[in-house]
Design a protein around this ligand. Structure first.
Ligand code: HEM
Length: 465
């Protein structure tokens, strides 16, 4: 064994560390940030498992994000998603195969393409708003999840309202709701629970639901291949259409299974994440009257857009819906800043720890969008979307989507946060959400509040670069 000098090590027994992390990850990180600082070594993979280092120090985070490709391999945590995303999903791949798929998936989710998605996102938001019960308390999160699911179906899958769209909307919403239930989610972690005892058993139910979703997704892929290229005579702009034409350097396109797996990955990682971030954003805006007023009152589109971006960034800072980026395993002995980690050490860039450092974010518990107007943060100080070779490929898309939806919601009427709701950060599936689901009252305004969105804003949706 090489001599090691790992970051400060937690002294509690491994089983207690696991229990505390699973039961209340926020309390776990708060406690150890106060006790050990922003970077520490744990045994959350068990007493015999490799050390797991949570890294919140910007110098070390930057080192991990900029390390050469061959330094780390992917931690074996994403396997829990395999029954949903399949073997060919981006999050299951490593090394050159991962890079190849990433290059194919990135272009449709970046740059000027955002403008093409503007109309669909606004239309869906307005449709959901029109059906929203008015002048009485409602729980907002499910409506936000409805918006972001429909955005994926229309903008990513390229589906149009109709029987297949409606069937997928219902099946996916039910399936994603079911897998947030404790027993169901345990099935993903423990393979021995993945037993099909018929349609009434949890796994049997999941397998049948997934089979039906797959049938519809493969049917869509088949139809679209048959229509291609442009048989309908019109230019399609959705992500699936772009992926159908995508080729790597060797001229290789994506197979049907690769397409299905990538679509399910974008759905799984792109829907609840953005919905939960929007739920937090609405909670913070409505619980800070000055912020609410400013978002609705600023007369200058340019200032209004900067402020809106700052509100989204501060939302993603305070309770990042993903507390950690994907774990990276050191392939060989690795020097992390002043520490020495043996080969096999699991390094986890910890978004939550980094975002709570008072040195970078004074009064870290306060919601203060202005901090993003007054200062630029480095990609190792503020990284709600992770970074490096495995950073989120949906970052530009979801920031654009978040801002557009938030603005449309605030633009269309008056919102009031219901009093006396205890809001705690709690885990729901793969995201951290406000426990109450955000209870609000909405009254549509006869004349939408003018908060013009100019068309240059997609490019200005800037997380610190
Ligand atoms: C507010 C919304 C979102 C947040 C906070 C978020 C956050 C994250 C984080 C923290 C990671 C891990 C990054 C790392 O390990 O360094 C990630 C990965 C990923 N995200 Fe997102 N995400 C969001 C929305 C989306 C959307 C809308 C999509 C797609 C439409 C998406 C697709 C992905 C994919 C495919 C990966 C895996 C990348 C890889 O392994 O190469 N995400 N996301």
């Amino acid at each position: 064994m090489p001599t090691t000098d790992l970051p400060p090590t937690l002294q509690t027994p491994a089983f207690l560390q696991i229990l505390n992390l699973v039961r209340d990850p926020i309390a776990f990180f708060d406690h150890h940030l106060a006790q050990q600082g922003d970077t520490f070594t744990s045994r959350v993979l068990g007493p015999g498992g490799p050390p797991v280092v949570f890294v919140g120090n910007p110098t070390s985070v930057e080192q991990i994000f900029t390390a050469p490709l061959e330094t780390f391999c992917l931690g074996q945590v994403t396997h829990v998603f395999r029954p949903l995303t399949g073997d060919r999903s981006l999050i299951m791949l490593d090394g050159s195969e991962h890079l190849r798929q990433r290059k194919l998936l990135m272009p449709p989710l970046h740059g000027q393409r955002m403008q093409v998605y503007r109309e669909a996102i606004t239309t869906i938001t307005l449709e959901v708003l029109r059906a929203l019960p008015q002048n009485r308390p409602i729980t907002l999160r499910p409506y936000l999840a409805d918006i972001t699911l429909q955005v994926i179906l229309r903008v990513v899958f390229g589906l149009e309202p109709g029987p297949r769209y409606a069937a997928l909307q219902t099946l996916i919403a039910e399936m994603l709701e079911a897998i947030t239930q404790p027993f169901y989610s345990s099935c993903f972690f423990f393979e021995f629970l993945q037993q099909d005892f018929g349609p009434w058993s949890p796994w049997g139910h999941f397998v049948r639901q997934m089979g039906e979703i797959d049938r519809l997704v493969y049917a869509e892929i088949r139809d679209r291949r048959a229509q291609f290229p442009g048989a309908s005579g019109r230019q399609r702009t959705d992500v699936l259409s772009l992926l159908l034409t995508a080729h790597d350097e060797a001229g290789q396109g994506l197979t049907d299974q690769e397409l299905r797996d990538q679509l399910m990955t974008l759905l799984l990682l792109g829907h609840e994440t953005t919905a939960s971030s929007l739920a937090w954003a609405m909670y913070w805006v409505l619980s800070h009257p000055a912020v609410y007023q400013q978002l609705r009152a600023d007369p200058s589109p340019s200032n209004a857009q900067d402020y809106l971006t700052a509100v989204c960034n501060e939302t993603l800072r305070l309770y990042p819906i993903a507390l950690i980026a994907q774990p990276r395993i050191a392939k060989t002995d690795y020097d992390l800043s002043d520490y020495h980690c043996p080969a096999g050490t699991v390094l986890v860039p910890c978004i939550y720890l980094a975002h709570r450092r008072p040195e970078v974010f004074p009064e870290p518990l306060r919601f203060m969008p202005e901090r993003f107007l007054n200062r630029q943060f480095s990609p190792a100080e503020f990284f709600p979307f992770g970074g490096g070779h495995r950073g989120c490929i949906g970052m530009a898309f979801s920031l654009f989507e978040m801002r557009l939806i938030l603005q449309t919601l605030l633009n269309q009427g008056d919102w009031e946060l219901m009093a006396n709701q205890q809001v705690q950060p709690v885990r729901r599936g793969i995201t951290i959400v406000p426990s109450s689901g955000v209870k609000v009252r909405y009254t549509a305004s006869p004349v939408p509040i003018a908060l013009a969105l100019n068309s240059a804003d997609a490019d200005r949706a800037s997380v610190a670069k």
